[in-house]
Design a protein around this ligand. Structure first.
Ligand SMILES: Cc1cc2nc3c(=O)[nH]c(=O)nc-3n(C[C@H](O)[C@H](O)[C@H](O)COP(=O)(O)OP(=O)(O)OC[C@H]3O[C@@H](n4cnc5c(N)ncnc54)[C@H](O)[C@@H]3O)c2cc1C
Ligand SMILES: NC(=O)c1ccc[n+]([C@@H]2O[C@H](COP(=O)([O-])OP(=O)(O)OC[C@H]3O[C@@H](n4cnc5c(N)ncnc54)[C@H](OP(=O)(O)O)[C@@H]3O)[C@@H](O)[C@H]2O)c1
Length: 365
């Protein structure tokens, strides 16, 4: 039996969640104590980094063979596709709140839907949403996938809700017209009480490692933070008889501006209660640079710790998860190529081994 812990700011959070029908900015989403044990870790930094080389060494050692483990993907309890587009689950929006500030480039919303426990998802899975209305051919809209942003217990701790973190897609097309993405706008405009058609759950790539002593390195850009909020709630805000985390959870989050630091207060609260078990690093691309004056992307921040990250990656119980913008994958690979080469290892070979051992997990889009 799992429960929300006393450490979780559950009363203010839950009260706020349940009683907050109107949008409010990120900074007011959850009210946490302001004193942070690990405040220095999240401060703006511009440390010296070297540019990673992308070329792999010509003659390199074979990548070390990884230890065989119990696959998280074979876990019998993991449910997929319980609900399909023809017969979706119809939940209700319980809460929808904007979590980016007024000056943010674009809007991101956090929303909670009722499931009555009928969508038995795990941390790291996604759901599909079918927007109301029809497409230009008069057919129902196709589903869009969204990473689940809540732990399996859900934001209210009763296993009866599922939460998403959705960016409103608005762009100007070649003809100069403003186009609004179908499903993201449907979701961001949902009012409490409105119905929402849900499919799934789906996905096994981003399931959490079973080992409670694992090192979990989470690399998220923008709304790619969703599965990591889900992991971290389970790790730091809940109590589970069969899962007591005593490893290292290290979150890197890349966003454009400080107004878009999604769930910042929650993560800072985790840094306070997580002590040595949690590390938190932000990369704010339009406000920070490295010593070379380059934009602070997630891989730029990671490069500050590259030797340490490489040492961690040599361990059998280090698991890397990447979620968000497709472009981030290459930037992260570029750092790894250089590091692996120093040990005479071809990164692309080693990455294959890591993937096979479920230690390198990518869901980018
Ligand atoms: C596994 C997975 C998980 C996901 N999780 C999340 C999540 O947690 N949060 C989230 O917000 N999104 C997530 N997404 C993305 C989500 O599924 C939708 O693609 C997104 O919300 C846009 O859908 P839409 O219906 O609003 O846009 P649509 O109406 O489908 O429009 C999108 C289309 O618009 C066009 N387009 C988009 N931008 C531009 C541009 N700048 N210029 C020209 N054309 C453009 C492209 O053709 C694009 O395919 C995830 C995707 C996947 C695959
Ligand atoms: N599971 C999934 O597949 C999944 C889940 C959630 C979201 N998504 C997708 O992830 C994307 C996130 O979008 P968002 O709008 O939420 O993000 P966002 O707020 O725009 O943040 C993205 C951050 O990544 C930076 N960035 C841009 N190019 C990069 C690169 N090559 N390498 C590293 N960082 C880079 C951006 O910097 P600048 O803008 O300053 O250049 C920005 O700081 C969307 O496409 C969304 O649909 C996918």
């Amino acid at each position: 039996m799992a429960a929300l812990t006393a450490a979780l700011p559950s009363s203010p959070a839950t009260a706020k969640l349940a009683a907050s029908p109107s949008p409010s900015p990120a900074s007011h989403f959850l009210s946490f104590p302001s004193r942070l044990r690990n405040a220095s870790r999240v401060a703006v930094r511009t440390a010296q980094v070297s540019t990673a080389e992308t070329a792999e060494p010509a003659a390199a050692a074979a990548a070390p063979v990884k230890e065989k483990k119990i696959s998280k993907k074979q876990d019998e309890g993991v449910v997929t596709n319980k609900y399909r587009p023809k017969e979706p689950y119809v939940g209700r929006c319980l809460l929808n709140t904007r979590i980016t500030g007024d000056n943010a480039p674009g809007e991101t919303w956090h929303m909670v839907f009722s499931t009555e426990g009928e969508i038995p998802y795990r941390e790291g899975q996604s759901i599909g949403v079918i927007a109301d209305g029809e497409d230009k051919n008069g057919k129902p809209h196709k589903l869009r996938l969204y990473s689940i942003a809540s732990s399996a217990l859900g934001d209210f701790g009763d296993s009866k809700t599922v939460s998403l973190c959705v960016k409103r897609l608005v762009y100007t097309n070649d003809a100069g017209e403003v186009v609004k993405g179908v499903c993201s706008n449907f979701l961001c405009d949902l009012k409490p009480g409105a119905e929402v058609k849900i499919t799934g759950p789906v996905g096994k790539e981003m399931l959490m490692p079973k080992d409670p002593n694992a090192t979990i390195i989470m690399l998220g850009t923008g709304t790619g933070i969703a599965p990591f909020r889900s992991f971290l709630w389970k790790i730091f805000f809940e109590e589970h008889e069969d899962y007591k985390f005593n490893g290292l959870a290290w979150l890197f989050l890349g966003v454009p501006t400080s107004d878009t630091l999604l769930y910042k207060e929650e993560f800072e609260h985790m840094a306070k209660i997580g002590g040595d078990n949690f590390r938190l690093d932000f990369a704010v691309s339009r406000e920070q640079t490295n010593a070379a004056g380059e934009k602070m992307y997630i891989q730029t921040r990671m490069a500050e710790y590259k030797e340490e990250l490489w040492e961690l990656l040599k361990k059998d119980n280090t698991y890397v998860y990447m979620c968000g913008l497709k472009g981030m994958e290459k930037g992260i690979d570029d750092i790894m190529v250089d590091l692996a080469a120093k040990d005479g290892i071809v990164w692309s070979d080693y990455k294959k081994q890591l993937k096979k051992a479920e230690q390198w997990n990518v869901e980018v889009y």
